[in-house]
Write a protein that binds this ligand. Structure first.
Ligand SMILES: Cc1cc2nc3c(=O)[nH]c(=O)nc-3n(C[C@H](O)[C@H](O)[C@H](O)COP(=O)(O)OP(=O)(O)OC[C@H]3O[C@@H](n4cnc5c(N)ncnc54)[C@H](O)[C@@H]3O)c2cc1C
Length: 387
């Protein structure tokens, strides 16, 4: 329906070429590939720009990673529902099984993707006209869909800057396997799903003399309730589809925002019993070379590596809009309704944390949000053609 307006032209005095395309999708993870799928269904010309490779976040998860959602929830609506990671609906897939599944999705969608292509700036030219800058091309487009992930930037407590430079530190997004850690002791800060999963792997490696865990106040869910897998139980009551703007939704989200996503067993006290892991309160700062915790305990930093499992935040600083205050709130989070930004025509997001429901940033919820955004783009572009 929409003609691909591919027109290469040299910009005077510039080495970048300019290309015109109806939609630019930034990021080729589950959000970006789902958007591409629905754009193809609508026959809307587009390009996906990905700085690494498609589904890179899943490729880059640590050795021994497994999903914290069961496989019946780990499917995208873009391939037949009978395709389930590891062929095991109730299991929790390994990194390898998830990557395998996403490779199948990629093959099925066959998106127009440019990998190893980072977008470093997006500017708003006028109402519904955008420029997207890469190292060699400027894309001029009517719509740009930001799918760079809700968890792109590691979050570390501010007081971490006071820790002695000699103490090795890494964030869970940099962690790959126990061999990376050269010290005899390790402190994990944060007991959300990453923290407990990595803690277990470090304990099982047998490489460390002491493992310490600073515990956060996450909600712990039982694996089963009334004999039913907890995710199925919650699904039955529609919890994963609760809207962010509903009363129940608001209650749940504020709880999750302050405490982090819920975890299931094993929990920190299990590690203390099974492996002798030392448990601490929250990390609150330093006193000289000592690390201090909210329960009054302290820990020396000799021969210790700190592994921050303290979560992530989104980062949308690359977007330059005409009215920044209308488009972003004070914390830099976009003002949107279901991923559609009213204050900047043609700007969309998919994969935001709690974009529309509790599952929006998960595999389970992203497809519905992608479809909604593409339907919106379609009607906007159709209005232009007929209007
Ligand atoms: C440790 C961890 C475990 C998780 N486990 C689960 C789970 O078990 N089940 C579940 O449902 N969800 C899980 N999630 C949540 C969520 O499903 C994943 O974070 C998922 O990767 C989000 O997909 P996305 O496409 O929104 O973002 P991403 O997968 O992060 O994809 C964004 C893509 O954008 C690219 N990109 C970023 N900036 C640019 C740029 N400027 N230019 C070009 N490309 C760019 C990145 O390279 C990346 O490939 C987990 C998240 C984390 C962090």
């Amino acid at each position: 329906m929409f003609t691909a307006m591919k027109e290469d032209r040299r910009v005077m005095g510039d080495t970048q070429k300019t290309e015109l395309v109806d939609v630019v999708v930034v990021g080729g993870g589950q959000a970006g590939i789902s958007v591409s799928y629905y754009l193809q269904q609508r026959q809307i010309s587009h390009i996906v720009l990905e700085r690494d490779r498609a589904f890179s976040s899943w490729h880059n998860r640590w050795d021994g990673f497994h999903a914290n959602t069961p496989n019946w929830m780990n499917t995208l609506p873009i391939i037949d529902k009978s395709n389930i990671p590891a062929n095991d609906p109730d299991g929790f897939a390994t990194r390898e099984a998830l990557v395998d599944y996403f490779e199948k999705c990629l093959e099925a969608v066959n998106p127009p993707i440019r990998t190893n292509t980072e977008v470093h700036k997006i500017t708003q030219l006028g109402e519904g006209i955008w420029k997207v800058y890469t190292h060699d091309t400027i894309y001029e487009t009517k719509s740009v869909v930001i799918c760079v992930g809700a968890m792109s930037t590691p979050r570390v407590p501010k007081s971490a800057v006071d820790i002695l430079n000699s103490v090795p530190q890494l964030h869970s997004c940099e962690y790959q396997n126990p061999a990376q850690i050269a010290t005899k002791s390790v402190l994990l800060v944060g007991s959300g799903s990453s923290g407990v999963q990595i803690c277990k792997l470090l304990c099982q490696s047998g490489r460390f003399e002491q493992i310490h865990l600073a515990v956060s106040s996450v909600v712990v869910l039982p694996e089963r309730f009334l004999g039913i897998q907890i995710h199925k139980f919650l699904h039955f009551f529609g919890l994963f589809d609760w809207r962010t703007d509903s009363i129940l939704g608001k209650l749940m989200y504020s709880n999750l925002e302050s405490k982090g996503d819920a975890i299931m067993r094993p929990i920190p006290s299990d590690f203390a019993k099974l492996y002798g892991v030392q448990l601490y309160g929250k990390f609150i700062g330093t006193d000289g070379s000592l690390l201090c915790f909210s329960d009054g305990r302290t820990l020396g930093t000799d021969d210790l590596t700190i592994l921050w499992c303290t979560g992530f935040r989104g980062d949308y600083a690359l977007i330059e809009t005409r009215d920044r205050e209308a488009v972003f709130d004070k914390a830099g989070y976009p003002n949107h309704v279901r991923g559609v930004v009213d204050a900047a025509s043609g700007l969309y997001f998919v994969g935001l944390r709690y974009q529309h429901t509790v599952a929006s940033h998960d595999i389970y919820g992203v497809g519905k949000d992608a479809k909604y955004v593409v339907d919106h783009i379609h009607s906007r572009l159709s209005d232009r053609v007929t209007g």
